[in-house]
Design a protein around this ligand. Structure first.
Ligand code: ZN
Length: 110
């Protein structure tokens, strides 16, 4: 998966913040956290970029599950996240938008 983890994202029009936590314990289970009350996704910053992206997808799906009340079990959500990650991997950036992004980035550097 090659995408930039956003600083925030919207689900059902509700803004959720993303933050990276350097103190989040990596015990093999909690690589990330979905905070429903604060509308937040927390990702352990020690994870490699690929793990951070899959953790982001997983925790964002928890928020989708919560907001749309689909009541997925953890095991169901894990399998759904695997499929969604595979789907994301196949999405290609629109060339025109990619070009616009490059131009914007160059503008920022200048
Ligand atoms: Zn989970």
């Amino acid at each position: 998966m090659r995408f930039k983890i956003p600083e925030s994202f919207r689900i059902a029009g509700v803004t959720h913040e993303v933050r990276f936590d350097p103190d989040m314990a990596l015990d093999g289970r909690s690589m990330g956290q979905a905070g429903y009350f604060r509308r937040k996704v927390t990702i352990a910053s020690q994870l490699c970029a690929e793990e951070q992206r899959s953790t982001f997808v997983h925790e964002a799906l928890h928020h989708i599950d919560n907001l749309f009340d689909t009541q997925l079990k953890e095991s169901q959500l894990i399998r759904l996240a695997t499929g969604v990650a595979e789907l994301i991997q196949q999405l290609e950036l629109d060339e025109a938008e990619e070009l616009a992004g490059m131009i914007m980035e160059r503008g920022r550097e200048a």
